[in-house]
Design a protein around this ligand. Structure first.
Ligand SMILES: [Zn+2]
Ligand SMILES: [Zn+2]
Length: 235
């Protein structure tokens, strides 16, 4: 199961950001600047329940700022302060090149501080499938979600998406689905009232459904009050 530093949408104080630990690895799904600050403030020890962390992995969904703004700072911090490496996992070659440009050219991260691999690399053992989705037209072809296996739990993580369709083939009764949701109707996010019935149906088949990337948490909480849908669990 995943824990979240924050579950807010792009303009929230705490942006949406999931993480888990596996052995001595801390694995983040995206890394917002707000999550980077949380890591510095709370310390890895507290965040990881006292586990000794020897490596941080960041699995990236797409390159909007609310998802990648903290990556380069995390690389600097892990290198100079924590003395552990960061592995950034990109969903495609194109996104990998974009991330390399950000870390290398724009942010000047030390080459020995990090590596950028593809999420399909066997090193990123939690990723079972990279799922291409539709989100913002400016990032067409460069927005993804994931099918993951984390500590024995089958997870589908939508990332930012305007449709559940690419994820449907991966969702079973045993799946834990983390789905973005929005109360504001737009062309780039999942509109709550168009998707609520489908999400409720999934819970009835046994799928656990957690909502994330919330624009109006109070309204979403009210809408799911008498359902088995839950909000993504915060740290
Ligand atoms: Zn976002
Ligand atoms: Zn986005």
């Amino acid at each position: 199961m995943l824990t979240f530093f924050g579950r807010g949408s792009a303009f929230s104080k705490m942006n949406n950001n999931a993480f888990f630990t596996d052995g001595s690895d801390l694995v983040l799904i995206d890394c917002a600047m707000s999550s980077f600050h949380r890591i510095v403030e709370e310390g890895l020890d507290k965040i990881c329940g006292g586990k000794e962390i020897k490596r941080i992995i960041v699995i990236v969904t797409h390159t909007h700022s609310d998802h990648i703004s903290g990556i380069a700072m995390l690389i600097h911090y892990a290198f100079y302060i924590l003395h552990i490496p960061v592995v950034v996992a990109a969903p495609s070659e194109e996104v990998r090149a974009d991330l390399r440009y950000c870390c290398e050219r724009l942010d000047g991260c030390a080459a020995q501080a990090y590596s950028i691999v593809l999420a399909e690399d066997p090193e990123i053992k939690w990723v079972k499938n990279v799922i291409l989705t539709e989100h913002s037209p400016e990032l067409a072809g460069r927005c993804f979600g994931y099918e993951l296996m984390v500590n024995g739990t089958h997870i589908v993580y939508t990332g930012d998406t305007r449709t559940l369709a690419p994820y449907e083939p991966y969702i079973t009764a045993d799946t834990v689905l983390y789905s973005e949701i929005s109360t504001y109707r737009s062309e780039v996010h999942l509109y709550l009232y168009d998707n609520l019935d489908r999400l409720i149906a999934l819970t009835k088949q046994g799928t656990k459904v957690f909502l994330m990337h919330l624009d109006d948490e109070a309204q979403i909480q009210r809408a799911i009050l008498y359902t088995d849908i839950r909000l993504a669990p915060l740290l």
